[in-house]
Ligand binder design. Structure first.
Ligand code: LLP
Length: 425
């Protein structure tokens, strides 16, 4: 739950605001972001990496207001499409603190990144080296680039979000020599300034070991590059992926422990090879935004399926949170509008979409007196819920409201029927 979430007089408050007031004023379903929580996690990262760079991964959740928070907190920003880049530039986010990712950036996206002067472009393929080299020459620019390396780590997470084993689409493989070949090709292009290496092993990873193996292998490659080319690269970007607790009992790595481990490994490898220690960059998304956000729903129906469980339907579902259906993700939720002493009953929190896979929480204990009109708050929805949302079944996307110090304000307005019909003849 967000750092400021407490029950006052039975009802849940976040950022000093009663969720019942939020539901009345802004409607449900509603994404609520605890601004204090979000910002404090940015600060935690900055103090864990005092001499490195922390780049928030915008894919977790980005809107104009969040881009402003990231800027104010002094973090950098990762974007992976022209759209995310446009959000950042629209609020005057300093382009030199932006890193552009993507395994298939279009020419238009690369041109925009180059002409806007983004700080780093992460090269993900051989084609991109040529494409970016030509664009840089055309515009008379010399972009700083990192090469994304597939380090061959088996990250223990869902297959769809593991990215460091060889059989997936991202990066250039370390073991096959593709990464070393990419280094050669980039160094042969005077239009590109190679500043370092990048790896991202996956997301929602709770075992620190994988990050350490990645750091060791990348640092080893830095040594190899110095030996082969006489070039000392100043940066190592180790990506994001730090897991968060979604349900009770989930383990989450401590960010200070991670930071110390990564620093120690890169320092040891580089010092023993007589190489200066590179600047470390990390790209957390979920671990900044995830816990800060909750989703508020209103219960519409309570259906007891004899002898099995109770289906509690809310007014949103897989369009505002696809993660349960897509990854088998697990969440926790409470009745937020009141306290209840009723005995717990085995429930399934489901949405209003036309398919039975539309579950918000597969197995959940809710008080047996839950009734239509109750508000349910689901925890840990700040990352990859709004950003993966859809209009399935023509449901308008919920608003996003930021709460802080007893006040609430809309940072993304609720979609309307007009929005849904826009663009159709
Ligand atoms: N850097 C790069 C290059 C990435 O690809 C990602 C996430 C991150 C940083 C941030 O990872 P984080 O710290 O948020 O784990 N939709 C999935 C997650 C996909 C993550 C994609 N890349 C989910 O809902 O679990």
């Amino acid at each position: 739950w967000p750092r400021t979430a407490v029950r006052v007089g039975g009802a849940l408050t976040v950022g000093g605001v009663d969720v019942r007031d939020l539901a009345r004023e802004f409607g449900t379903p509603l994404y609520i972001v605890d601004e204090e929580d979000f910002r404090s996690r940015c600060r935690d990262y900055r103090s864990a990496f005092p001499d490195g760079d922390v780049h928030y991964a915008g894919k977790a959740f980005l809107c104009r207001e969040v881009a402003r928070w990231i800027d104010q907190e002094g973090l950098g920003l990762d974007v992976c499409t022209g759209g995310e880049l446009a959000v950042a530039l629209s609020v005057g986010f300093p382009p030199e603190r932006i890193t552009m990712h993507g395994n298939n950036k279009s020419v238009a996206e690369l041109e925009r990144a180059v002409t806007a002067g983004v700080g780093r472009i992460v090269i993900d393929s051989f084609e991109e080296i040529d494409r970016l080299g030509q664009i840089a020459a055309r515009y008379g620019r010399r972009p700083k680039v990192l090469i994304r390396v597939t380090v061959g780590v088996e990250a223990h997470t869902h297959e769809f979000i593991a990215t460091a084993h060889d059989d997936q689409k991202f990066g250039l493989s370390l073991s096959s020599g593709a990464a070393a070949e990419a280094v050669r090709r980039v160094l042969a292009r005077p239009q590109l300034e190679l500043v370092g290496l990048h790896s991202h092993i996956g997301s929602q990873i709770t075992d620190v070991g994988g990050f350490e193996v990645a750091a060791r292998r990348l640092a080893g490659l830095l040594v190899g590059i110095r030996d082969e080319h006489g070039v000392v690269l100043p940066e190592l970007d180790l990506g994001g992926g730090y897991g968060i607790p979604y349900v009770e009992g989930d383990e989450a790595p401590d960010i200070k422990v991670i930071a110390d481990g990564l620093r120690e490994i890169t320092t040891t490898v580089c010092r023993s090879a007589g190489l200066p220690v590179p600047r470390l960059i990390v790209e957390p998304g979920r671990s900044i935004a995830g816990i800060a956000g909750i989703t508020l729903y209103e219960v519409g129906t309570v259906k007891d399926v004899e002898g099995l469980r109770t289906y509690v339907s809310v007014d949103g579902g897989m369009s505002d949170n696809i993660r349960t259906a897509l990854y088998g993700a697990n969440y926790t939720a409470v009745v937020a509008s009141r306290e209840s002493d009723a005995a717990p009953m085995l429930s399934r929190l489901v949405g209003k979409h036309c398919e039975s896979g539309d579950m918000v929480i597969r197995d959940l204990w809710l008080p047996s007196d839950v009734v239509p009109g109750d508000l349910i708050a689901v925890a840990g929805t700040g990352a990859y819920c709004r950003s993966l949302s859809s209009n399935y079944n023509y449901l308008p996307r919920p608003a996003v409201v930021a709460v802080s110090k007893g006040a609430a304000r809309v940072i993304v307005r609720r979609e309307t029927e007009e929005d849904l019909l826009r663009g159709q003849p």
